[in-house]
Design a protein around this ligand. Structure first.
Ligand SMILES: [Zn+2]
Length: 188
C-alpha cells in the first residue's frame, strides 16, 4: 500500500504542482488505484456580471466528472482558464487545458442578449476548455450542441457521452495540451 501511494505521488510531482494525488481508499477492499485528480484554476476577475454563472458552470462540471476539478484561483495563484466578459459571441480556446497550460473563455453578451441561458453558456464554454468540440445536434440534452439547441434550453449539464469524453481527457495527467491554439466561436 505504501509503495503504491509513493509511486503515485512521484508521478504527480513529475508532471507539475497543479496535479494532486487522489484520496486514498478508506478500506483495504480490492479497488483500482486512486486516480490523480487534475485541478485547473479559473479566474473570474474580468467576468463582470457573470461571476455567479461562472461559479455555477464550474460546479456543474465538478458534479459531473471526477478526473478534473475547476476551482477559482486564489490571489497570486497560477491561472489556467481566464473568463472574460465581452460583447461578442461566446467563444473559448479548445483544450484540454493542462495544469501547466492555459486557455481563455470569452463570455460573450451577444448570446446572452439573444436570450440564451447564461449557466448553459459558461458550462458549454468550460466544456471547450476541457477538450470537447462543438456538436451542433440541436438537442437540448447535449451540452455541446450550444446555440443549435432552442434559445429556451436551460440544460447546463453534460450528457453521459460528454462526461465520459472529459473523463478520458483527464484520465492521465500526462496527456499533452494541444500545441496550437484553436478558438471555437459559438455564434448562433
Ligand atoms: Zn461551442
Amino acid at each position: 500500500m505504501f509503495r503504491r501511494t509513493f509511486a503515485l505521488v512521484t508521478t504527480a510531482l513529475a508532471v507539475g504542482a497543479g496535479v494532486i494525488a487522489g484520496a486514498a481508499p478508506a478500506s483495504a477492499a480490492p479497488a483500482p488505484a486512486p486516480a490523480a485528480v487534475v485541478t485547473l484554476t479559473y479566474d473570474d476577475s474580468l467576468a463582470a456580471e457573470f461571476k455567479s454563472a461562472v461559479a455555477q458552470g464550474a460546479a456543474n462540471w465538478n458534479a459531473s466528472v471526477t478526473n478534473v476539478r475547476l476551482v477559482k484561483a486564489a490571489s497570486g495563484q497560477r491561472v489556467n482558464i481566464r473568463v472574460i466578459a465581452d460583447n461578442g459571441w461566446p467563444r473559448a480556446t479548445l483544450g484540454p487545458v493542462r495544469p501547466t497550460g492555459s486557455g481563455t473563455v470569452w463570455f460573450g453578451r451577444e448570446a446572452v442578449n439573444d436570450g440564451y441561458n447564461v449557466v448553459r453558456i459558461i458550462t458549454h464554454e468550460f466544456g471547450h476548455s476541457l477538450g470537447l468540440p462543438d456538436r451542433r445536434t440541436g438537442l437540448c440534452s447535449d451540452l455541446m450542441s450550444g446555440s443549435s439547441a432552442p434559445v429556451s434550453c436551460a440544460n447546463a449539464l453534460p450528457n453521459a457521452t460528454e462526461r465520459a469524453q472529459v473523463q478520458r481527457n483527464y484520465a492521465s495527467a500526462l496527456v499533452a495540451q494541444p500545441a496550437r491554439t484553436t478558438i471555437l466561436v459559438d455564434a448562433a
